[in-house]
Design a protein around this ligand. Structure first.
Ligand code: MN3
Length: 195
């Protein structure tokens, strides 16, 4: 199958001032498009599973010569597709309902969860991601790796902490980006994902 760049559910400038239109445009139209293009190139001529989820869960079956390209670019496609769908101009606040109650139960308060997740995000060395898993644990991965490559469940939420995600707006100050990002997290979408 051929993978394509998903459209955003909002305009490039919709998440400003927390994430600028310049970042959104380059991140989506250049970085994510490149992952999609390179994934398609790497898969040319291969008998690969017909879903991205299955592909990433069976990287060991991809021929050695293509495996790293498929891992990095397939991961990049999966991770960014989830990322765009986890943000909204109407985002921010805290989850309500069952998810909100479970987070409070596990972390003591929503703010404590935010602090823990933010600390993990700040400590990722170099490029990587932070994830909220369906069991509400927090995990981090390097590069474009993700929990499903490691045999885990599909994440509820992921935060991109590569410099390309924030440098234009926040330069080297990753904690400022993380703090701003909570204002656009679409908890309604994440609640739906958790069901
Ligand atoms: Mn990115």
């Amino acid at each position: 199958m051929t993978y394509t760049l998903p459209t955003l559910g909002y305009e490039y400038d919709a998440l400003a001032p927390h994430i600028s239109a310049d970042i959104m445009k380059i991140h989506h139209a250049k970085h994510h498009q490149t992952y999609v293009d390179k994934l398609n190139t790497a898969l040319e001529g291969l008998d690969a599973p017909d879903s991205l989820d299955s592909l990433l869960r069976s990287l060991g079956s991809v021929p050695h010569a293509q495996r790293e390209e498929v891992r990095n670019n397939g991961g990049g496609h999966y991770n960014h597709s989830l990322f765009w769908q986890s943000m909204s101009p109407q985002g921010g606040g805290a989850p309500s309902g069952e998810l909100g109650a479970k987070i409070e139960q596990k972390y003591g308060s929503f703010q404590q969860f935010v602090d823990d997740f933010s600390e993990h995000a700040t400590k990722v060395f170099g490029s990587g991601w932070v994830w909220l898993q369906p069991d509400l644990s927090i995990m981090t991965t390097a590069n474009q790796d993700n929990p499903i490559m490691e045999g885990g469940e599909a994440p509820l939420l992921g935060l991109d902490v590569w410099e390309h995600a924030y440098y234009l707006d926040y330069q080297n100050v990753r904690p400022d980006y993380i703090k701003a990002w909570w204002n656009v997290v679409d908890w309604r979408a994440i609640e739906n994902r958790s069901k």
